[in-house]
Structure formats: C-alpha cells, structure tokens
Design a protein. Structure first.
Length: 417
C-alpha cells in the first residue's frame, strides 16, 4: 500500500488532500493513510473517529495520520486513539518538509502531536493555490481562514485568520490548470468574499474574478464557491451581470431566515438583506440559481422563528439546500446558549430537507426541454452552467463540453435526451 487519503468536509479539504498525498508520496512514505477531518459539526468529528477505527481494522499495519480542522482544534482527542500514529495541524500538513520528516512516528501521545498556533499563521503560502491538475473541474484555493466569529462556528480556530493569495499568483495557477486540461475552475476558500483585505490595495473578490477572466481568455467556465452575500462587491455583481463565462450559480452562507436568530448567530446580514440580494442578482442574471446553508434548531429557536427559515427557501428562490442540524461545539458561545431539544432539532432538519427537495424538483421540472451546455465529469454525469447534475444513458467522454437537450429528471438529476 502506498499513500491513501480519506477526506471529510469542504472543497478546501479536497484540494488540500491532493496536495498532502503528493507531498507524502514525494517523501517516500508508504503504508500511510491520511485522514483529513472536518470540525463543522460534532457529527463530522464523530464520523472521523469512526473512520479511523475502521481503517485500522481493514488495513492492519497502516500508519494513520490525522489532520484537518478537527485535528487542529482537538489534537489530544485523536492522539489518544491507539490507532493514530500522528496528528498534524492545518499549517504543518501543507508543508512538504513536514511529510519529509515523518520517517519515525512517535508512540507517546505528546510525540504524536504536531499542531501549532493557527492564529499565529500570517503568511500566504504558495500551497494555498495548489489546484487539481488534470481534472475537468479544478479547484483553486484563493483564501484561507476567517476573521469573523459567528457564535456557532469553530472553523476560525481550525483555520486561523483570513489570508489571501495575491492575484497574480492565482491567475498563474488558473492558467496552468487550463493548460493541463481543466475546462472549469472553481474559486474556493473559507470566506472568499473577504478576499484581499490583507493584500496591498485591498482588492476584492470581484477584481480577482475580472482579472482571471481578462488574463486567462482560454478558461471556458469560472465558478465561485460559497459566498457571504453581504460582502459581494460591485465588480462581482458587474461580472455576474455581464460575463457569460462566470457560471450562474451561487451558494450562499445564509444560516437562518429569522432576524433574532441571525443576530444571536452574530451574522452580518438580516433576512431582508438576503432576499434583496437574491432579487438583485436575479435581475442582473435571470438564469441565476442559488444554493444555501441553513442551520436547523439553533439555540433559542422557536417554531415561529424556524418557520421563517422555511419561508426563506421560497422567498430567496433557493434550489440546492445544505441543511445542518445544529450541533453545539465546545468553546463556542452558542454551546452556552439555551439548547433546543435534539428531537426538535432533528425534526426541523428533516422538514428543511423536505423543503429543499421540493425546491429542487421545482427547478428540475423547469429545466425539462431546455438546452444546456453540460461539462462531462465521471460516471456518466455532467453539470449544467447552474451546477445541476445531468445523467447520460449513452457513453460520454469525460472533459467534453456539449450542448444537451434536457429530456426529464429522476427527482435528483436531470436526464439528457
């Protein structure tokens, strides 16, 4: 066995996992399984521990290296597991020299841990933009960390403060990816609408988007990952309105539809802000499709408050819903607030998911008969401009970008004619 990676969580982890695997292989490591964890919920951390035990059972003799956000915020928890050989923090995991030094694995709990103070990390390392070369749709990490302190979120303590990759370096990376066959590039980060605040001149995300599209004319499709709508700048809106290569799909970090809950979350927008943003963007780009993160059962949430989160699905015209049952994270202010019972949390998450499923079906119904440009990925699946999956019944070639008439859908995916 060589080097294997098990990845949990966000797109950022997907990008970083490939970089770590390459570093470990170049260091000559073997019989190693890297578990790249997520800390966004307690359930994500539980799943990581469960996976570690399963790997140890299924791959006897493998050395398990645990890293990622959960490892950063709870290193002792993972180091105490007898199955774990090493725990790496989010800063050290991306350094080639770290993997080169892992010739010997310590046996004591303290010797297992290599985790520094992530809040002390200030520099913008080149590895942050190490995209997935050779992939039809490639990810480019343009930003890491977060300066905001939402009351439910542990991620800043796993990722550190916000830091951005200079525009020129991002453009160079996108150009390289296109030269290696990528037809679509996704800009990703922890809080990408905070992009540029730490750079000279404080360029915003919209300037980065315009710079990429201007300097890499060969790039066919540019996509943006999750954004905080309150920080969307004029250049970004201008690009949405006028640049066809910027795909008409935005995933919004909404989190709730009730103003009191948003304030208790320490979010920077209110309900009407989100609705106005969606209306304005749809006016600029009528084919825009929205996804969103929404938390069900946040502390102190009443049924009336929750109903406003249900209602905002229609009021914002959301299509792709990512529902999180609230999970208290030790060390966050929300964990100390009056909690909603777990049964109620689970029921509200179920109702939100049902609302999201109905919204998706409505979107799929509206797509039937439409002509869409679909980028073919794996397993007979492609994506429309609006990121809606399309299933093909006849053989298709990965990497092709082809016009397709939508014949129907199966409730989850569109079906190509």
């Amino acid at each position: 066995m060589g080097v294997e990676v098990v990845t949990f969580g966000c797109r950022l982890n997907i990008v970083e996992s490939e970089t770590m695997q390459r570093h470990a292989e170049e260091a000559g490591l073997g019989d190693v399984v890297i578990v790249n964890t997520c800390a966004v919920t307690a359930e994500a951390t539980r799943q990581a521990r469960q996976s570690i035990r399963r790997i140890a059972r299924d791959k006897p003799g493998a050395r398990i290296v645990v890293t990622g956000c959960a490892a950063q915020v709870e290193p002792e928890t993972f180091a105490a597991m007898p199955e774990v050989a090493k725990v790496l923090g989010n800063d050290d995991k991306m350094k080639a020299q770290t993997w080169g030094s892992l010739r010997d694995f310590g046996i004591g709990v303290s010797e297992k841990i290599l985790v520094n103070d992530i809040m002390a990390v200030k520099e913008t390392a080149q590895h942050l933009i190490d995209g997935l070369r050779g992939h039809t749709r490639a990810f480019v990490q343009v930003q890491n960390g977060c300066d905001h302190r939402c009351t439910f979120c542990i991620i800043p303590y796993g990722r550190g403060n916000s830091r951005s990759v200079p525009m020129g370096a991002v453009v160079d990376q996108v150009r390289t990816l296109v030269e290696h066959g990528s037809r679509e590039v996704v800009l990703t980060g922890v809080d990408i609408t905070s992009y540029g605040k730490d750079l000279p001149g404080e360029p915003k995300l919209g300037a980065l988007v315009k710079g990429i599209l201007r300097h890499v004319p060969e790039l066919e499709r540019l996509r943006i990952s999750s954004i905080d709508s309150v920080e969307a700048d004029d250049d970004l809106l201008d690009s949405i309105a006028g640049e066809h290569r910027l795909m008409p799909h935005l995933h919004l970090s909404l989190q709730a539809g009730d103003d009191m809950i948003l304030k208790r979350m320490k979010r920077r927008h209110l309900r009407d802000d989100a609705i106005r943003f969606c209306e304005e963007v749809r006016r600029l780009r009528p084919d825009m499709v929205f996804g969103a993160d929404i938390i069900a059962g946040f502390p102190t949430e009443t049924e009336e408050m929750f109903s406003r989160s249900l209602d905002i699905v229609e009021e914002c015209g959301l299509t792709h819903l990512h529902v999180f049952p609230f999970s208290p994270r030790p060390g966050t202010p929300a964990a100390r607030m009056p909690q909603v019972s777990r049964d109620v949390v689970k029921d509200r998450a179920r109702r939100l998911r049902e609302k999201g499923e109905a919204a998706l079906v409505k979107h799929l119904d509206a797509e039937v008969g439409a002509r869409r440009n679909v980028l073919i990925e794996l397993n007979q699946i492609g994506r429309t401009e609006a990121f809606t999956p399309v299933r093909f019944t006849s053989p298709v070639k990965r990497g092709d970008l082809r016009p397709v008439t939508i014949a129907g859908h199966n409730g989850r995916e569109l079906l190509a004619a």
